[in-house]
Design a protein around this ligand. Structure first.
Ligand SMILES: NC(=O)c1ccc[n+]([C@@H]2O[C@H](COP(=O)([O-])OP(=O)(O)OC[C@H]3O[C@@H](n4cnc5c(N)ncnc54)[C@H](OP(=O)(O)O)[C@@H]3O)[C@@H](O)[C@H]2O)c1
Length: 300
């Protein structure tokens, strides 16, 4: 299907979840490169910049799904970055939006999935990864699936971690001594910007990993060093961890998935290493310690 989008570089890139941990970083990087972007979220907020336009968009309110295309006007939207809503069965609503975008002439889709979610997985992004791959094989879309491991920034952005570090000098998990290669949201965003703006269609997936594997005990040690006070890791039984996620407002099915993922880490499922970020960005991925140092005010 030929693209109906004006190839004009002034055609904006749509960032769904544009106010979130990764989305906000993508938005800043695009604005810094003078690339126009639509920043979509329920609030419709966008940083002050001549290159950015905020758009009110709610996955659960179909009447808002046309708003980004209205905001783009005749130029159309040249690429979309997709961050899923936080429900297990997010596939149908994301598929409907991708179909709408294709009908409006958008061709490139970059999705934020996870190392834990392969193409075809029952969770929404697994379904969308499979769908985009099929569209790509039929020549109907350009696509790329970013599959980051756990974010270094979780400790400074997620309320459960912020509260326990601040109030109890503790972090909780059900990961035992399992290690994982924590990745920085800055690096995920830099890869996303590259893929969203590069000329060649990507048609592939990338597992995005940080530079070294650390257990939650190691994380507690790093935090202790940065904060100058002892932070401990409390390793919970899977069911207790699930209850903790429920207490922080997660739905039952999502909390179960998160607890199962922690259990998988305890069995070393996430102990990985690759050079993907260095290959794509031409530099080393960011170290966990540096991200903690930048965020330390959050826990004081
Ligand atoms: N954290 C990790 O370690 C990790 C690892 C791998 C993959 N992931 C994946 O990354 C994704 C989360 O990314 P993130 O941490 O960058 O996002 P985030 O910080 O949780 O932000 C979510 C974004 O989505 C928007 N949003 C929430 N509900 C919405 C709705 N109903 N309609 C429209 N927009 C909505 C939020 O803005 P408003 O609230 O203003 O709408 C915000 O911009 C998840 O799919 C997760 O599975 C996370």
């Amino acid at each position: 299907m030929p693209s109906r989008v004006d190839p004009d570089p002034q055609s904006p890139i749509l960032i769904l979840g544009g106010t979130g941990t990764v989305g906000s970083r993508i938005v800043h990087q695009l604005a810094a490169a003078s690339i126009p972007a639509l920043v979509a979220s329920r609030s419709g907020a966008a940083p002050e910049s001549e290159h950015l336009t905020g758009v009110k968009f709610d996955w659960y309110d179909e009447s808002t799904h046309d708003a980004p295309f209205k905001a783009a006007g005749d130029r159309g939207i040249r690429a979309v970055y997709v961050i899923a809503p936080p429900i297990i069965d997010s596939g149908p609503v994301m598929k409907a939006f991708i179909d709408l975008a294709l009908a409006k002439g958008t061709r490139r889709f970059v999705i934020q999935s996870s190392t834990a979610i392969a193409a075809g997985h029952r969770m929404g992004m697994g379904q969308i990864h499979k769908y985009l791959r099929e569209l790509g094989n039929e020549g109907k879309a350009d696509w790329c699936a970013l599959r980051p491991t756990w974010f270094q920034e979780n400790f400074s952005t997620q309320a459960n971690h912020i509260d326990s570090i601040r109030n109890e000098n503790k972090i909780y998990s059900a990961t035992g001594i399992g290690k994982l290669p924590w990745v920085s949201a800055d690096d995920i965003a830099a890869v996303a910007v590259k893929i969203l703006t590069q000329k060649e269609p990507p048609h592939t997936e990338y597992k995005l990993l940080g530079p070294n594997n650390l257990s939650y005990d190691d994380v507690a040690h790093e935090l202790s060093q940065v904060l100058g006070r002892r932070i401990k890791h409390d390793d919970l039984p899977r069911e207790d961890f699930e209850q903790r996620m429920l207490a922080y407002g997660m739905s039952e099915d999502y909390a179960k998935v998160m607890a199962n993922l922690d259990h998988a880490i305890s069995l070393h499922a996430e102990h990985r290493m690759n050079d993907t970020i260095e290959r794509l960005l031409g530099r080393k991925p960011k170290y966990f310690h540096d991200t903690m140092k930048e965020a330390m005010a959050v826990w004081q």
